[in-house]
Design a protein around this ligand. Sequence first.
Ligand code: SF4
Length: 281
Amino acid sequence: MSLFRSLKRKREAWNEGVAHATLDPDGPGVARMHLVPPKPLLFKDPPSLLIINGTWFLPLGPSWALVLRVFFEELQKHCENKREISPEEIDLIEKAVVSRVIELYPGTDSNLILEDLKKIVTLAVNIATKGNVPEEVLSGIALEEYGQYMTAPHRMDIILAPMSLNSKRACPLECVCCYADYGDIMDIKKPLETEEWKEIIDKCRAAGIPMLTFTGGEPLTRPDIVELVRYSSWFVTRLNTSGYMLTKELAVELRNASLDGVQITLYSHDPEIHDALVGRK
Ligand code: SF4
């Protein structure tokens, strides 16, 4: 590949931004994949970064990254309404990927493209569903090392609900370690509306941030929490909560809305100590 063509392709991938696809969204083994292109540099050829379920960071060379990006795009065309894709459609998608890659790089062996596609998808699914991580991934690249080639962080924490609202605590708990009493700096006069949060979520996506953590205050005090999680299905999403308001029904709703993970803070295994620390004695 000529230097000019290589740089042109890198710039195109960069302009296309972070590519995303979710395989098996309803589980049990969801695989959310975000492909981050590196900054286009003249004399450096850093890999792209495949982030799997917001947890695993897999460096991909230009060929695999291209094949995967085209695969994500073709998959998207068949994924409307989250319906399951038939084996016939998978066949069509694979053929489309091969044909588009050959169009970009005439003369490439079609069997090789198909082989590469199957290898990378199998690898990603095995990592996502079985935690089956090959050595090259473990020792491949650290996020802090790759950061120099990214223009956005891989995760954004969104404080959906305030700790203090109009000088009153806005959370059902009163943890001894809470910042709510730190004065005006922690106090919010008017929480953002649902549509305003959606605009912020859109901006995070446009910036190429693959992962959102909803935190607070207590994010479950927001009546639109399920709607906002559903709106964020392009991202890997996590929720930080005390668990105090997390009913079984709400947990199911959040799961169905595509929430990927929940972090619940427990201060002690001893109920008395725990309740004293969260002000519920
Ligand atoms: S759960 Fe969080 S916001 Fe609520 S009181 Fe405890 S530390 Fe503060």
